[in-house]
Ligand binder design. Structure first.
Ligand SMILES: *Cc1c(COP(=O)(O)O)cnc(C)c1O
Length: 360
């Protein structure tokens, strides 16, 4: 028998969350963002669950090829475009749409021998200062692309640095509008946070990621309040039970000390499964867990293959009791916040060794 840990993926939740996107942005087409193995959900599984999307967006050329070879004919957007000239051969053959963020990429396109012009999306650096053209560079790149004879449609894209935070989108929207004024082309601006909070960003296409997977992009607003349903559930079981006396310590470093008699359970899940090692397990601050459907908390440090939980108030808990680390009944957002990170990181970090099952 394998260890009892497993990740299950509810495809109906993907479909539901995509409907939530459509409800917020009814006039936009949807690039479903499936980068990073669909935020840990499995690229082909997620693409299947999201087959009502209008296209898929990701980074990795090999993953894009996998989507095409799985029979997906919809537009596929490479969010970071090409990295070297030889990348243009599969781009051309499989008809991928290219985001272009640097003149080096424009140069590669100008020099390419293509079967047919490719669709491109010019990335505008409106304030994130990571990728993209700014100011007059936008027009210059646009003109060069038009003159190259290598591109079909030219669209525009930008990415918001703080759509989930206090700065919002206004300054970036203003720069984007100024720098692209009068240039024809479909725009795609909005990530999940902008889709939910700023209708003025919706444009021709939106680019949801995290909300499709049922987590909230906002620190102060739960996924449930946004009507989002978790897709991934990471579950395991209790594999041992210990009785502690006051003064007994738990785990590496003995960081947790029992102050009263306690019953604790050992769960077959550790940081080598993708559970965050920094999730605190102290009396003052601990991380929520469900055991047999009952809320409890971690105790002690997370180790590679195991973590410990408090069973003192869950009389029916014993070896074999089911444990939910995150997912249905316990949002990954809450676990992530406890560990000082965001759900994106937990979902993406699900380890390859964890057995996976898709469920309808
Ligand atoms: C990851 C990503 C998205 C999706 O962001 P979420 O916050 O997950 O909705 C959209 N656009 C780009 C360029 C991205 O890299």
């Amino acid at each position: 028998m394998p260890r009892p840990i497993r990740a299950s993926f509810r495809l109906s939740a993907l479909r539901h969350n995509l409907e939530v996107v459509r409800r917020h942005a009814p006039n936009s087409r949807v690039w479903a963002v499936v980068k990073a193995n669909a935020y840990g959900h499995g690229l082909l599984r997620a693409a299947q669950g999201l087959n009502n999307a209008d296209g898929y967006a990701l980074l990795d050329l090999n993953d894009a090829v996998r989507l095409r070879e799985a029979g997906i004919a919809k537009p596929i957007l490479l969010l970071e475009g090409i990295f070297q000239p030889s990348d243009l051969e599969p781009v051309d053959r499989y008809r991928f749409t290219l985001a272009l963020h640097d003149l080096e990429q424009v140069l590669m396109l100008e020099r390419a021998q293509l079967l047919a012009p490719v669709a491109v999306c010019l990335k505008v650096n409106s304030g994130m200062n990571r990728l993209g053209f700014a100011g007059t560079q936008v027009r210059q790149a646009y003109a060069r692309l038009q003159a190259s004879g290598k591109v079909g449609s030219i669209g525009f894209m930008t990415h918001f640095a703080d759509a989930d935070g206090a700065a919002g989108v206004a300054a970036q929207m203003a720069r984007f509008a100024e720098w692209t004024a009068g240039l024809p082309g479909d725009a795609t601006l909005a990530n999940s946070a902008a889709i939910l909070r700023y209708p003025e960003t919706h444009a021709a296409w939106v680019r949801p990621g995290i909300m499709l997977y049922g987590c909230s992009p906002f620190a102060d607003l739960s996924a449930a309040a946004l009507d989002l349903r978790p897709v991934m559930t990471l579950a395991s079981e209790i594999i041992s039970v210990q009785q502690l006396q006051p003064g007994d310590r738990v785990g590496y470093g003995g960081t947790f000390e029992a102050r009263r008699p306690m019953r604790i359970g050992v769960v077959a899940c550790g940081y080598a499964d993708g559970y965050p090692r920094h999730a605190p397990g102290l009396d003052e601050q601990s991380t929520p867990v469900l055991v047999a459907g009952e809320p409890t908390r971690t105790v002690g440090r997370v180790s590679m293959d195991m973590l410990c939980v408090d069973l003192s108030h869950i009389a029916q808990a014993r070896v074999g009791s089911p444990v939910t680390l995150w997912g249905e009944g316990l949002s990954a957002d809450v676990v992530a916040a406890s560990a000082g990170t965001v759900s994106y990181e937990l979902l993406c970090a699900l380890a390859a060794r964890v057995p996976q099952v898709g469920i309808d």
